[in-house]
Design a protein around this ligand. Structure first.
Ligand code: ADP
Ligand code: ASP
Ligand code: MG
Length: 407
């Protein structure tokens, strides 16, 4: 078998952890498999590098940020290869560039366009274990270093698994699978044996960071089999795969939360056609992804308040831009609120069931949690709440939908 194994930040956090990873890799190879390893930077390293840049400039260039951030994964890839060699197995480390990971030119959140990987394929056939620095690629022609967005080593692994036609892509992390909600918040959360790409995509995009959203999108599109496992034990993990008959037929399958949310309100904009179009076009042109939008017409019908959410990491940039647009539109002002979180209940079974939203609202109300914004789709209901109630909300919703019990 050809197996891609990706190890996240906590799995390569220090020398002892890297040795443990190397042991697992060597064991997998000795069992007769070809192994390609993809590593993240040591836990906390990417944040540390971002912080360093921000001490120097409030607005560092994205091209240079990518070069800076890609260094964390270089370190762990080389150290992991050294550790494997130390155990008597041939290994070779590759940066994104050496692996031929070609991306578009959107710095800090580039998309992978293709992977050439000729050299890696050759040495793999010669019996080497290939270790790849995750999270990075290079642009076509100019060879600028790009990164794939936070958590992007998951995407590196899935894309490499596809490019090399691997039998499975194993994602090793600090939990032993995908749970009905974050097991670090709800100890009663239940591990899922299998989850469909679609449900995993919903959970990930609503904040369950166990897999990066784009990696799930990619795996779903090309049907790459993904298994989430722990690098700390040998427990069986969770298989992420196509929806099938024996998957659990439940209405709600999980609860997700996202603290990386900020709410911007434009107050008293004139209520006439074209206002929202202007506001959201300018924001989209700045590459900012808007999530929820709520518009309220005031009592006299002449003005409206528009509120929307963006990732907290984009909040300052969005605020500045929105203030400029608000001036042009003669709005009364703009406010920013960052102490919010989005809580979501997810399940493809919701398509054919009613009452999920009502139960969610009454559960939150029953615990004195105020709902600031709501959005729904056929497979999820999301509420924005005060961030300080995040853990409480996750717990009471997990309990109300009896997720610890299973089918
Ligand atoms: P890595 O550094 O290995 O990429 P991450 O921190 O990105 O790991 O993702 C693993 C974390 O995802 C877990 O520690 C857990 O707190 C969190 N998580 C959130 N939702 C879930 C869920 N539904 N199932 C499992 N883990 C979850
Ligand atoms: N090191 C990067 C991050 O922290 C990528 C990853 O860990 O997947 O976002
Ligand atoms: Mg991650």
């Amino acid at each position: 078998m050809l197996i891609v194994q990706k190890y996240g930040g906590t799995s390569v956090a220090n020398v002892d952890r890297i040795m443990a990873v190397a042991e697992r890799v060597v064991k997998t190879a000795k069992a007769g498999n070809k192994v390609v390893v993809v590593v993240s930077a040591m836990a906390g390293e990417t944040d540390k590098l971002i912080n360093l840049a921000h001490q120097i400039s409030p607005n560092p260039s994205e091209r240079e940020m990518d070069l800076l951030l890609s260094s964390g994964e270089r370190v762990t890839s080389a150290l992991t290869a050294i550790a494997i060699e130390g155990m008597g197995q041939k290994a070779m480390a590759f940066t994104g560039r050496q692996m031929g990971i070609i991306t578009d030119t959107v710095h800090t959140r580039a998309k992978i366009e293709r992977i050439t990987g000729e050299r890696a394929k050759k040495v793999l056939d010669e019996g080497y274990i290939v270790v790849v620095a995750g999270f990075q690629g290079i642009t076509e022609g100019r060879d600028d270093v790009t990164t794939l967005g936070r958590g992007g080593s998951d995407l590196s692994a899935v894309a490499i698994a596809l490019a090399l036609d691997a039998d499975v892509c194993e994602i090793y992390t600090d939990v032993d699978g995908v749970y009905t909600t974050d097991p670090n918040i709800v100890p009663e959360a239940r591990k899922l044996e299998k989850i469909s790409y679609e449900e995993m995509l919903e959970l990930a995009s609503l904040g369950a960071k166990v897999l990066q959203t784009r990696s799930v999108e990619f795996a779903m599109k090309y049907e790459v089999p993904v298994v989430v496992r722990s690098s700390f034990n040998d427990n069986p993990g969770t298989l992420v795969t196509k929806e099938d008959e024996d998957m659990e037929k439940v209405v709600v399958s999980g609860v997700a939360y996202d603290k990386n949310q900020a709410k911007i309100t434009v107050m008293a904009v004139p209520d006439r056609p074209g206002i929202a179009a202007k506001l959201f076009k300018d924001i989209a042109d700045a590459d900012i992804v808007v999530d929820m939008i709520v518009q309220n017409v005031s009592g006299d019908g002449k003005a409206t308040d528009i509120s929307f959410t963006v990732p907290k990491t984009d909040s300052r940039k969005t605020l500045k831009l929105t203030e400029e647009i608000a001036k042009e539109l003669n709005a009364k002002g703009v406010t920013l609120r960052e102490d919010i979180a989005k809580i979501s209940v997810v399940g493809v079974g919701m398509r054919t069931h009613s009452g999920v939203a009502a139960k969610m609202f009454s559960t939150l109300a029953g615990h004195g949690i105020n709902i600031i914004m709501i959005s729904t789709s056929e497979v999820k209901v999301s509420c924005v709440i005060d961030a300080k109630y995040t853990e409480l909300a996750v717990r009471v919703l997990h309990d109300a939908f009896e997720l610890e019990k299973g089918k």
